[in-house]
Design a binder for this molecule. Sequence first.
Ligand SMILES: Nc1ncnc2c1ncn2[C@@H]1O[C@H](COP(=O)(O)OP(=O)(O)OP(=O)(O)O)[C@@H](O)[C@H]1O
Ligand SMILES: [Mg+2]
Length: 251
Amino acid sequence: MQARGVEKHFGSGKSVIGRLDLGVREGEFTAIVGPSGCGKSTLLRLVAGLEAPDAGTLSVDGLCPRDATHEVAFVFQDPTLLPWLKASENVRLLLELRGLPPAELEQRTVQALELVRLASHAHHYPRQLSGGQRMRVSLARALALSPRLLLLDEPFAALDELTREALNEELLALRALQRWTALFVTHSVSEAVFLSDRVLVMGPSPSGLIADIPVGLPARRDEATRRSAAYLDLVSKISGLLRAQTGEGRP
Ligand SMILES: Nc1ncnc2c1ncn2[C@@H]1O[C@H](COP(=O)(O)OP(=O)(O)OP(=O)(O)O)[C@@H](O)[C@H]1O
Ligand SMILES: [Mg+2]
């Protein structure tokens, strides 16, 4: 993904993203943190082709985002499952809309639910699933699309800490299997460091990126990672940067 001089304004011309230059390499897992309202979701929507930039250029795999929608899947903070459809039907829906042949559709649905360890819940309705399970169905729905670029906007924000940590580890295991490129927005600095190869820190709108921090932790991450000095140093450094931005002691 490449962004050059990207700007986005809303309404009365107020600039949300000032001037953004960013390159994300294939296979890279990039986390984005920044104060509320700084334009993180807007950036993901631009990359997904759901919004158009007011200036500058954006490309995904060399294509304009609107022509690359088949390469991209979006996971929102809310699982956005249709309550009248079973888990498997929720996963199938987007595949059907993409016009896949029935056999492939079935195979991808089963595989995606197996990946997120929910094969046994395929026939459950969303109301019969826990919050963590609903989020895993939402993840399965995105992964079933075989995206090359996965955009995640605070996907685990509504979950308790233990479920979030378990899902963080599952997400890393899935990535080792599938190797998509990821842009992951979160308010949790510890989650950002744990998951990613690189953390981008955005300043208050419209300042854009204020830091681009490589996470040089070993690829295999687990509970020991969360206790390591290198991990704790990075969390503290990035939290400090965010505090300095907001000036209020909270990200
Ligand atoms: N469609 C829109 N029309 C008008 N203003 C918008 C629109 N979308 C976003 N904005 C404004 O752009 C700014 C950035 O919004 P955005 O949702 O990208 O922030 P964010 O960094 O994701 O915040 P949060 O961390 O709270 O989710 C906000 O001031 C928001 O009000
Ligand atoms: Mg947001």
